[in-house]
Design a protein around this ligand. Structure first.
Ligand code: ZN
Length: 244
């Protein structure tokens, strides 16, 4: 009986060790807390994974003078020349940051995340991060933040990305559910943001209904008197050692 118990305990603890080794985190990022009387502020962050440009969102930001941080992949940069020109023409509004070379999850062990194969090794994580950064540098810009595809990481890959000189951009409000939400659901999520929230949404899916809701949610926040900041204009606090 004792031996059986010991064996069972060993199986359980080995199982835990495996889980710990492959545990993924989806870090939270928030802006530093403000004084109570301060105007509430949020950071809009948009991922441009691959595909095209959602002009509904881009023109809303420009027409309303709303700053945002755009995470672009090398792949998206190559296919969206006209948008890149527009983004660079508004350096007061847009901060361009790194969403990777090929939109591969920055996880250093082989696994599937939402069905997408992860980079799978430290070397492949490095290629994803460095390749994305190089494409932004080619545009004459300097990235300071990285956000990987799926926004999930292993703790060791976060450490690796930090060592490469980048902070890792989590978020606190998922504004569009990977651009798959309906318009009213996306609007509700964004309009419900509180002071200090970092909102994530997508700016590369012009045909999805979510984009209509993203625009409405942003305008709702503006109407409530919210201020918008880019990540380079604020101090942030990220979980899982992503920023400190
Ligand atoms: Zn993405």
């Amino acid at each position: 009986m004792k031996t059986l118990l010991a064996t069972l305990l060993m199986v359980v603890s080995t199982g835990h060790a495996c889980l710990a080794a492959t545990r993924l985190v989806e870090p939270e990022l928030k802006l530093e807390k403000q004084e109570k009387a301060a105007v509430p502020r949020v950071a809009l962050t948009f991922d441009a994974c691959s595909g095209k440009t959602d002009e509904r969102i881009l023109s809303t930001l420009i027409d309303n003078d709303i700053p945002a941080t755009i995470f672009v992949t090398a792949r998206w940069l190559k296919r969206n020349d006209a948008t890149v020109t527009v983004l660079k023409a508004h350096p007061d509004l847009f901060e361009i940051e790194n969403h990777g070379a090929k939109h591969v999850p920055a996880v250093d062990r082989p696994m599937l995340i939402y069905g997408i194969p992860a980079a799978g090794s430290p070397r492949a994580v490095e290629a994803e991060v460095a390749g994305g950064a190089a494409a932004i540098v080619e545009q004459g810009l300097a990235p300071h933040w990285f956000r990987g595809a799926t926004a999930k990481y292993s703790l060791s890959s976060i450490g690796q990305i930090r060592q490469m000189g980048f902070r890792v951009a989590g978020y606190s409000v998922n504004g569009d559910g990977g651009s798959l939400l309906g318009a009213s659901a996306a609007e509700k999520r964004i309009a419900a943001a509180k002071d200090g929230d970092v909102i994530i949404a997508h700016i590369n899916q012009p045909t999805h209904a979510a984009g209509t809701g993203v625009v409405k949610g942003i305008l709702d926040l503006k109407a409530k008197g919210y201020a918008f900041v880019r990540l380079d204009e604020a101090t942030e606090d990220g979980s899982d050692d992503t920023t400190n």
